[in-house]
Design a protein around this ligand. Structure first.
Ligand code: KG4
Ligand code: ZN
Length: 363
């Protein structure tokens, strides 16, 4: 096993300011992971405001780094490197992180490693479970939705993804349309538990098309029409109507994700991985029925299913420190010319995804 490495990770690509210290020896160990969320700052605006996010990152990043080092019981001199999210994301926030990392690297002489935020998510099952390559990864959050085959620290093939909204975004918009609190995922899931998923026939977008691409924005329009139909008929919606709408919406998302995962697994099967595995990451992976459906699909295909704990599925800096260690071990280093990138697809050969979501540019 390689020499133990201790890395500081810095994350500021969206609305979470985060710093963490990860040590990788026989197994990886998260020595600290500080996440300072900005949800309250953006809540009055109904979405992430890039300028507010960038300013908050600039104000909070050094404090997060200090806390992360303190909680790990280490000083800068105990580190072997500094990893930072260099994209994709909201450029002001990414720049704040990259500038801080450059300052720390210049001041300490430590190696600087720029990390792709999506690689951070995609490599998380290796941090938590030492999962071997190649595995299939489904990233489902408020800003991301894609299937990837992870082959190496910097080798990913994108099989497909959402061509418009990410599923978390669709959950959030559904909650907004039905007057439920944000974030929408947990509140829609809770309502759906008492609803009838068959009352409204919501579409299953793009299931009629081959491949792994998905679309979730049409579902929101269908939901809006169904809601307005009830209001026109009865003058308002009852608690039961709302539960049925949530259940119908969630069932459609479950069906689309399950079927597209089946297709992605069929493509992944060609890899003939010695221990085939499907892993998920992102806030939407917290959804019970989605998790259950993916577990079933993996079981049917005879592959192992992994869902890292939620605090490591959602945005955090431990995944950035880990991805930095993986890149560093593979020889990856950056200089003071490291660029902050608003867009940075993991798979440079795959066609660009269309659209850009509430949480910034998609890769
Ligand atoms: O990964 P994440 O914390 O942030 C990024 O988008 O990067 O994901 C947040 C998203 C939100 O859209 C939220 O509504 C959704 O994950 N989410 C859920 C659930 N919990 C969180 N969606 C469906 N069901 C849930 N239980
Ligand atoms: Zn993310």
């Amino acid at each position: 096993m390689s020499h133990p490495l201790t890395f500081l990770g810095i994350e500021s690509s969206c609305d979470d300011t985060a710093a963490a210290v990860v040590r990788a020896a026989e197994r990886a160990e998260i020595l600290s992971s500080v996440v300072d969320g900005q949800a309250a700052l953006h809540a009055p605006f109904g979405g992430v405001v890039p300028e507010i996010a960038a300013r908050a990152h600039a104000e909070r990043l050094d404090l997060c780094v200090e806390r992360a080092l303190q909680e790990a019981g280490l000083g800068l001199g105990d580190l072997d490197g500094i990893a930072v999210t260099a994209g994709p994301g909201l450029i002001g926030g990414v720049l704040s992180g990259v500038m801080l990392a450059k300052g720390l690297a210049a001041g300490t002489g430590l190696p600087l490693v720029g990390v792709n935020h999506l690689a951070g998510h995609a490599l998380t099952p290796r941090l938590t479970d030492a999962l071997a390559f190649p595995y299939l990864m489904l990233l489902v959050s408020g800003g991301h939705c894609q299937f990837l085959i992870a082959r190496g620290a910097e080798a990913f093939s994108r099989l497909g993804g959402s061509i418009d909204d990410a599923p978390g975004e669709a959950f959030d918009k559904t909650a907004k349309l039905l007057g439920l609190p944000q974030p929408g995922g947990p509140s829609v899931e809770a309502e759906a538990a008492t609803g009838d998923p068959r009352r409204f026939a919501f579409p299953r977008p793009m299931l009629d098309r081959p491949g792994c691409d998905m679309s979730f924005s049409g579902l929101k329009t269908a939901l809006l029409r169904a809601r307005d139909g009830i209001v026109a008929e009865k003058g308002g919606i009852t608690r039961q109507d709302r539960a049925d709408l949530c259940a119908g919406f969630q069932a459609a998302v479950v069906d689309v994700l399950a079927e597209k995962t089946r297709r992605a697994l069929a493509i992944y099967a060609e890899e003939q991985a010695p221990v085939p595995a499907l892993a998920v990451a992102g806030g939407v992976a917290a959804n019970g029925p989605i998790r259950a459906a993916l577990t079933r699909v993996a079981e049917e295909a005879g592959v192992r299913f992994l869902a890292p704990p939620l605090r490591l599925c959602t945005d955090n800096a431990a995944m950035i420190a880990w991805a930095g260690i993986e890149r560093f071990r593979a020889g990856g280093r950056d200089g003071m010319d490291l660029q902050a990138r608003p867009r940075w697809p993991l798979d440079q050969s795959a066609p660009a995804l269309i659209g850009s979501g509430r949480k910034g540019a998609k890769a």
